[in-house]
Design a protein around this ligand. Sequence first.
Ligand SMILES: NC(=O)c1ccc[n+]([C@@H]2O[C@H](COP(=O)([O-])OP(=O)(O)OC[C@H]3O[C@@H](n4cnc5c(N)ncnc54)[C@H](O)[C@@H]3O)[C@@H](O)[C@H]2O)c1
Length: 385
Amino acid sequence: MLPTSRNRPQQRPARSWSFSEIMDFSDPKRKPRYLSKIIMAALLTAMCVVMLTQPPCHRRPPSVFSTHEPGVTHVLVTGGAGYIGSHAALRLLKDSFRVTIVVNRIFAENAFDAVMHFAAVAYVGESTLEPLRYYHNITANTLVVLEAMAAHNVRTLIYSSTCATYGEPEKMPITEETPQLPINPYGKAKKMAEDIILDFSKSKKSDMAVMILRYFNVIGSDPEGRLGEAPRPELREHGRISGACFDAALGIIPGLKVKGTDYETPDGTCVRDYIDVTDLVDAHVKALNKAERGRVGIYNVGTGKGRSVKEFVEACKKATGVDIKVDYFSRRPGDYAEVYSDPAKINRELNWTAQHTDLHQSLSVAWTWQKAHRSGYEPPAAVIL
Ligand SMILES: NC(=O)c1ccc[n+]([C@@H]2O[C@H](COP(=O)([O-])OP(=O)(O)OC[C@H]3O[C@@H](n4cnc5c(N)ncnc54)[C@H](O)[C@@H]3O)[C@@H](O)[C@H]2O)c1
């Protein structure tokens, strides 16, 4: 769970009064029984009248979460227990935003000013095995979130999209104008979700402030060591390169399998743009602060610099201090040689630039958390003596 400074008013436990207890209040020796009954009935009626004429807030103080407060932005963070959403929630709390992480009936009970929609299944490989689940979880659920936002008059959306919506562009670096031609269900589902958001934002009625952030490859973790990346074990086989490197360093898997050494890149391995999660959540806060009604902003969030898989593995070996065993294989179908962003637009319009661009440093921070949390957020296994 995230540490929060929230102070929800506690409900006082109600004292239980039985009907016989109330009637025991009367004393048949001193007053006739029917008279005490009349007095009691009058008292109860008076109490009911007083209670019913009080405004509801006198019966139960409203939670700060259920009212809009000038100067306080209340953000609904969907997927707030996940890798990126949890880092974003932590940063928002630090910046004195009011934060709620998704639960049922959330829109009815809370007065939100904005939604950061992180919640999604997010593994390319898994999406090719379970496409319907991906379209449902990503595309259909984004539609549900938008409908709920419209119904409850919440007008600001910061949406987690991905460079996977671009597919295999011929030209690098990728700008926001690069055609979106996704090649797997994950990228396609995100592109469809983007289209739904854009169509809705164009309708006059919506008056939405929308920021679509297309992330590149996210790495790193909270520099203070409070959070990390902990995918479910069954996702390891679809995993991201940082997770695989750490698993290899921890001895959870025997070594790393690097697929493809004959790409047209400086060292023959794939090149990707690795963005530190601390920079990524900073981009979200900047996007939230710049979000304007009736305006859509679409931004690539990357460093603008590509790093090869070999470079990444070397940085990981250095960060972990483990001489990770690496085996090289032929190319994996569907992998493209080079992907990196042109972050000029987000630099210019949101005054955002990646600050944590030293791979070794980002991986060292993440490794500190990984070493201390071998089972992720699971409690450590019981010690049998
Ligand atoms: N990690 C990356 O490199 C990367 C890159 C590009 C985009 N993204 C996007 O960033 C977002 C967050 O990704 P992440 O890496 O933190 O993934 P994650 O799997 O760590 O977190 C996703 C969270 O969403 C929750 N979730 C999924 N479906 C849900 C539902 N129906 N209702 C409620 N909660 C649900 C999951 O339980 C999880 O807590 C996703 O939208 C993903 O597509 C991630």
